[in-house]
Design a binder for this molecule. Structure first.
Ligand code: AGP
Length: 606
């Protein structure tokens, strides 16, 4: 996610803003910029790269001004570059933004017809132009901002500055933005860590709030122009605690960010009215000619591919072959020109996956990457790219990237199905309703975190776990086992439930908990049989299901019930308790959850 900071006060703003910006670096970004209003003019500096680059420029410039904005950009629209870095300007209005403007293309077209000239590839740039457009029609600055924000669809947190007035406006909708209240000065920031060293008094703006700062005065209104009252709250966090939003680890924060990450990944792509899904800028090859779809990745991303295979084969009957990238590269794969090769990667920099995609391209495949990082190698080299909008994933153990990758796979299935005429408008409308409900359902699973933490306390001493799942639940079991082993260092392996009797059952006794992913789907009965076999050998069953009346529930050692969802989306709900179980066990064991031993966040070596 991007980082926003702003200052209005009596002190020189430059150093305050750069210091605040550097405290947001942990969020991940690719460029940075600053705008200072001094001597009646706004000076803007922007650089691709680190905040340090900006600081070097500013040290030499000794810019003056006691009101300003600064920004770190996590690119969602428009590659990382100086021209796409914030702040963006139109006339004498300057804006920094965090979020996704879903209707920016339509607004941009309208404004261009009205004579506005755009210089960047970003969605953000429509905001200052829209404000200026209203101002040119006679609106006051605050009213122009208000009317512009009312037209935006999507998510935003914005800082807005007008050159001809010493006025700073902060506003938000879905993306976070807070106000720091100092002595005769005000701060705005995306997150507490940026300004925790300046004040312990904060106002947490709510959706459609607009905070207006003029000198020592602050006023909060909503986009309807009505005054609103917001409480000033005291927050006494350490800087380190603040960076994790009060969570003990980035991984836990990212587990709890999943509802927002999934919502952001859907944003701007679902067309409920038309019953369709669109990916901006994506032009897939002639799908009717696609004989086979390949889905190739590593680790967690490979598990997402296995779920994507179920989605596409179940709904579209197109053959999908999945493979681990490290295997794909050396098996001399039989590919036909026109095959669609999908590389999935959170970082976009995994060496094996990059090499696999290059191998596929050399064999004539059309390539599509599903990535979380704009400007990454896989995002740049693929013929097409679809981004998960999970925001920076800092914990080494992948969580929100996984559930947003599954979400993209589901959208892609609908997109392809519609274009092949396999799925009609009504089908897609129905399926979109299902995925729209997922963020809320994930939230209800997260509400059960305390009971999962309690269960973790009962299982932290075991040294071996077996995870079982059948059908689409098998990759979920694989992912649950991977989470546990990589952060707690406990041996955990996953098997297709039907395979249990072909070997792993020899391992089962009361010293090996058996985690069974068993929603009430087409594999339910068979998996119940596996659980019977495990319990007959004193296996402690930890049951994950959406069925509160599961026939094995009474005899399972633990039962974690999650909401029901469509077959293809159930893995998103089943994996959340397994992420939490792994996290809490590791936390109780005291391992380095965010940076587990021997692991890297992105494996850029083969
Ligand atoms: C998952 O928790 C691990 N960190 C690891 O398996 C990871 O999924 C794998 O290295 C692939 O990374 P990528 O998604 O960035 O390509």
């Amino acid at each position: 996610m991007c980082g926003i900071v702003g200052y209005e006060g009596t002190r020189e703003a430059c150093d305050i803003l750069i210091d605040a910006l550097s405290r947001l670096e942990y969020r991940g970004y690719d460029s940075a910029g600053i705008a200072l209003l001094g001597q009646g003019a706004i000076h803007i500096e922007r650089r691709k790269g680190k905040v340090e680059e900006l600081r070097k420029i500013l040290d030499g410039a000794s810019l003056k001004g006691s009101i300003g904005l600064a920004h770190t950009r996590w690119a969602t629209h428009g590659a990382p570059s100086e021209k796409n870095a914030h702040p963006h300007r139109a006339g004498d209005v300057v804006v920094v933004h965090n979020g996704i403007i879903e209707n920016y293309l339509a607004l941009k077209e309208r404004l261009k017809k009205g004579g506005h000239v755009f210089v960047s590839d970003t969605d953000t740039e429509v905001i200052p132009h829209l404000i200026t457009d209203y101002a040119q029609k006679g609106g006051s600055f605050v009213d122009s901002v208000r009317l512009a924000l009312k037209e935006l669809k999507g998510s935003w947190a914005v800082g807005i500055l007008k050159e001809s007035e010493r006025t700073l406006v902060a506003a938000k909708n879905e993306s976070p933005l807070i106000v720091g209240v100092g002595d005769g000065e005000y701060f705005i920031a995306s997150d507490i860590p940026a300004i925790i060293n300046r004040t312990d008094r904060f106002i947490f703006l709510e959706d459609n709030d607009m905070a207006i700062f003029r000198g020592r005065d602050m006023r909060i209104i909503n986009v309807e122009g009505e005054d609103v009252v917001r409480e000033v709250r005291q927050v006494r966090w350490s800087t380190e605690m603040a960076e994790k939003g009060g969570y003990s680890h980035f991984m836990l924060k990212e587990i709890f960010e999943q509802p927002r990450a999934i919502s952001d990944t859907l944003l701007g792509r679902t067309r409920e009215e038309e019953g369709d899904v669109e990916f901006e800028g994506v032009v897939l090859p002639d799908l009717a000619a696609v004989r086979k779809i390949w889905m190739v990745a590593c680790g967690t991303s490979h598990h997402a591919c296995m779920i994507g295979k179920h989605m596409i084969e179940t709904n579209l009957r197109i053959p999908v072959e999945t493979d681990m990238a490290s295997e794909f590269r050396y098996r001399n794969p039989i590919m036909l020109p026109g095959d669609l090769f999908i590389a999935v990667s959170q970082s976009g920099e995994t060496a094996d996956t990059i090499a696999a995609m290059r191998e596929a391209r050399s064999r004539g495949a059309s390539t599509l990457s599903v990535c979380n990082v704009l400007g990454s190698t896989l995002a740049r080299e693929a013929d097409n790219v679809i981004f998960t909008h999970a925001g920076p994933e800092i914990g080494v153990a992948s969580t929100k990237a996984f559930t947003t990758q599954i979400s993209v796979m589901f959208l892609l299935t609908l997109h392809i199905g519609r274009r092949l005429g396999i799925l009609g408008r009504h089908d897609v409308r129905e399926r979109l309703r299902e995925i729209r409900a997922i963020p809320r359902k994930v939230r209800s699973v997260l509400d059960a975190a305390p009971s999962i933490r309690a269960a973790a306390g009962r299982y932290m001493s075991f040294r071996d776990f077996l995870f079982l799942g059948r059908g689409i639940n098998f990759p979920t079991a694989l992912e649950g086992a991977l989470k546990l082993k990589e952060i707690s260092y406990i041996h955990a392996e996953a098997y297709a439930a039907g395979e249990m009797k072909h070997g792993p059952i020899a391992l089962i006794d009361d010293g090996m908990p058996v985690v069974c992913v068993s929603p009430a789907d087409r594999t339910y009965k068979k998996t119940c049989g596996n659980m019977e076999e495990a319990m007959a050998r004193k296996g402690n069953i930890i049951l994950i299901s959406d069925d509160g009346t599961h026939e094995m529930a009474a005899r399972a050692a633990e039962v974690i019930t999650v909401p029901s969802a469509a077959y293809e989306l159930q893995p998103i709900l089943s994996i959340v308790p397994l992420q939490l179980l792994a996290y809490y066990i590791a936390d109780l064991l005291g391992t380095d959850v965010d940076q587990p031993r021997n692991l890297a966040k992105s494996v850029t070596v083969e």
